[in-house]
Design a protein around this ligand. Sequence first.
Ligand SMILES: [Zn+2]
Length: 159
Amino acid sequence: MQYCKRCSSVCEDHLHRCPNCNSNKLRKALEDDYVYLQRADVYTAGRLEGLFTENGIDCRLEPYGKGRPAPLYDSEVMPTDKSVFVPFKDLQEARDLAAALYREMEADEPKEEEFEDMPRRKRILVQALSAIAFILLIMLAVFAADAAAGWLKGLFGLG
Ligand SMILES: [Zn+2]
């Protein structure tokens, strides 16, 4: 593998330019080169750091976009995002660990149907039922008033 001195990513040996930043400052990757693993939001970067430390991988976090063109209009990128770097010798293990963490985090995420859809349907049902109950109450009041009026009229012999 080759190491790009400009963006710290690694690429295949046969390439003449870095596929990430197009730089031609490539050299053979060394075991202790810190190579760019991925971008991560602050929370994920923290979890990755903990996970790597647990597994004896010495990772480095840097603000994302440092030393590379900042994607200003990319709504996916937060200003607090981090770039995660790991030693080249641990790159494959780091990738595997990161993939496992992402799978785990996806599994943790609440399913929209269960947590969003059901209460919404329930709310609509409750609203509909209370609207019907309100109409019934009004009708009852009208009938009661009508009946009471009739009864009073009868009582005083006005009918
Ligand atoms: Zn590069």
